[in-house]
Design a protein around this ligand. Structure first.
Ligand SMILES: CC[C@@H](C(=O)O)C(=O)SCCNC(=O)CCNC(=O)[C@H](O)C(C)(C)COP(=O)(O)OP(=O)(O)OC[C@H]1O[C@@H](n2cnc3c(N)ncnc32)[C@H](O)[C@@H]1OP(=O)(O)O
Ligand SMILES: [Co+2]
Length: 134
């Protein structure tokens, strides 16, 4: 069911500083920042030859990454995103198997303009999983 690794995400306290680190220190190809109020984050993508790194900064009240950054003030690995062909079929199959789909269970449009869903980290070895339909 899961396909390519679309991105790994790192929650960061200061997006400008993290972008500079990936661009200037690591020599990465970084995108412009994208604000996503529906997701409560601002993101920058680092484009790598085989996948992407998504740098996430909290946006607005009630950002889903706020508590994570309170516990990890210098930032940390936040989630992995796998590609799926059919997100509704994937959701229904996972729910049947007892995995908790986060939010209201309906896909939202993610940073790439494609539908995304999240799965509870406690059901996946302590790792928050994002699915993106490609
Ligand atoms: C840019 C758009 C999109 C894209 O296109 O790529 C994105 O990536 S948006 C990214 C941000 N959005 C989300 O993360 C949405 C889904 N997340 C959530 O619904 C919540 O963050 C959460 C995963 C349910 C956590 O909720 P929270 O209120 O912050 O914490 P809890 O106290 O309820 O946590 C319960 C439990 O889980 C542990 N935890 C929390 N976050 C993570 C994590 N990222 N990785 C691993 N474990 C995590 C937390 O420590 C708690 O554990 P215990 O303390 O042992 O109970
Ligand atoms: Co993501």
């Amino acid at each position: 069911m899961i396909g390519r690794l679309n991105h790994i995400a790192i929650a960061v306290p200061d997006l400008a500083a993290a972008t500079a680190l990936y661009r200037d220190t690591l020599g990465g190809d970084v995108s412009e920042p994208q604000t996503l109020p529906e997701h409560g984050v601002t993101v920058v993508f680092v484009n790598l030859p085989n996948t992407k790194v998504e740098l996430l900064e909290p946006l607005g009240e009630g950002s889903p990454i706020a508590k994570y950054l309170d516990s990890n003030p210098s930032g940390g690995m936040h989630h992995v995103c796998y590609e799926v062909d059919d997100i509704i079929a994937a959701r229904d199959r996972l729910s049947e198997q007892g995995a908790r789909v986060l939010g209201d269970g309906e896909p939202k449009i993610g940073a790439h303009g494609k539908p995304v869903l999240f799965l509870h980290p406690k059901d996946f070895n302590g790792t928050l999983v994002e699915l993106e339909q490609v």
